[in-house]
Design a protein around this ligand. Sequence first.
Ligand SMILES: C[S@@+](CC[C@H](N)C(=O)[O-])C[C@H]1O[C@@H](n2cnc3c(N)ncnc32)[C@H](O)[C@@H]1O
Length: 469
Amino acid sequence: MSEPVWPYYPLFLKLQGQRVLLVGGGEVALRKLRLLQRAGARVEIVAAALTPEIGLICETGKAVHVAAAFDEAQLRGCRLAIAATDDRALNARVAAAAEAAGVPVNVVDDAELSRFITPAIVDRAPLMVAISSGGAAPVLARRLRERIETWLPATYGRLADFMRRRRDAVRGATAQGEPRGIWERFLDSPAAERVLAGDEAAAEAGLRALIDARPQVGEVYLVGAGPGDPDLLTFKALRLMQQCDVVLHDRLIAPQVLELVRRDARRLFVGKARSQHAVPQEQINAELVRLAQQGLRVLRLKGGDPFIFGRGGEEIDTLMAHGIPFQVVPGITAASGCAAYAGIPLTHRDYAQSCIFVTGHARKDGTLDLHWDQLARRGQTVVVYMGLHTLPALCAELIQHGLPADWPAAMVEEGTSPHQRVVVGTLDDLPQRVQAAGFKGASLLIVGEVVRLRGHLRWHVEAAHVAPR
Ligand SMILES: C[S@@+](CC[C@H](N)C(=O)[O-])C[C@H]1O[C@@H](n2cnc3c(N)ncnc32)[C@H](O)[C@@H]1O
């Protein structure tokens, strides 16, 4: 799925001592001048007339009135240009000249002529919140700013400044990867409150205590990420995803889910494809131990639920053997997710009183090692994980062990995602239908009379539905 293109790239620009050309000498120009001065820019003003306030600023040498009329030579060496006049033709001329000279330009209230726009800001310097709707809805951006203004204490700037001044000291006193955890504990501790209250000495002592008491070993979070739809993550999964230092994930994790992992966490792909284990399980286990022993908070993100065909048990076994603390967060397994989004209840009073999960993964010699007598029964639902490539054999065995050839079965590909596809058929014809549909992604087989219920329980909008003849 392609992501929408951003209308603007967000960034913060260092302007201390840098030349900025401001064309215009009225009230709008004055507003821009004040902001540029806050950022320490050397503002050069081009205007036929100046408001008394701008005049005063120039007289005191805090800005320079360079000329009455605009000339493109004035742009030379400037980092930015701002056109803030009420003469659209002049603004357009400034914009064209700046574009030609490669100087980013903003024309106030004219996004079409502008290379950059300025966001609505919440100023708690050095902490800054910048909000933009990309020009789509400035009123919405302003509304959001008002909310953040009331929510963000005025003293947060002081807190950010305290942290900035101690960054190097904390880095020097700790090992690589540790400072983030210390700063997080600091923000949750009374020491942060002491900064806000203006008592830096007490805050300093609190920070020192946190450094001295830091755990020597990190922690591993074994988290089930569900079958694909990010809305199916648990609150706990999301919380741990946002506080990890490093994440190990595999192929089944949807990009939209990975997006929610803390942005600056290191990402290690330990992808597993069928019969091609990119990183052997033992190596993954060892890596989890190694990273946690460095004091890091390690997120092991698994598709679905870690304890259902996920080898989660083996991973925590190794962690236990090495005394590494860990947490396990269950996730929605593919069977629950796919069945719900396909409109197929896994159990039903009239059709299925039990439900069995099995793996359709073939052994090295290509055979399937399943208890067919238990699976080929009426009154139950059988869900087969990893059964796409063995589908013909699975269906044939179920028929051979007593289920009718016209017994309902469905295959769900990339269930719960926007690409979900479902093929419905019978044990007899499903393999050929699935092959015709060209399924290649993660696919789950559901066998049982409950499949018929999809006929009227289907609710999720799908990429494609292949119905029985
Ligand atoms: C190694 S197993 C992992 C199962 C996972 N631990 C769980 O609880 O869902 C991988 C198999 O799960 C199934 N699967 C996982 N996500 C799926 C999805 N979104 N749609 C269909 N099948 C899925 C497929 O059968 C896939 O081959």
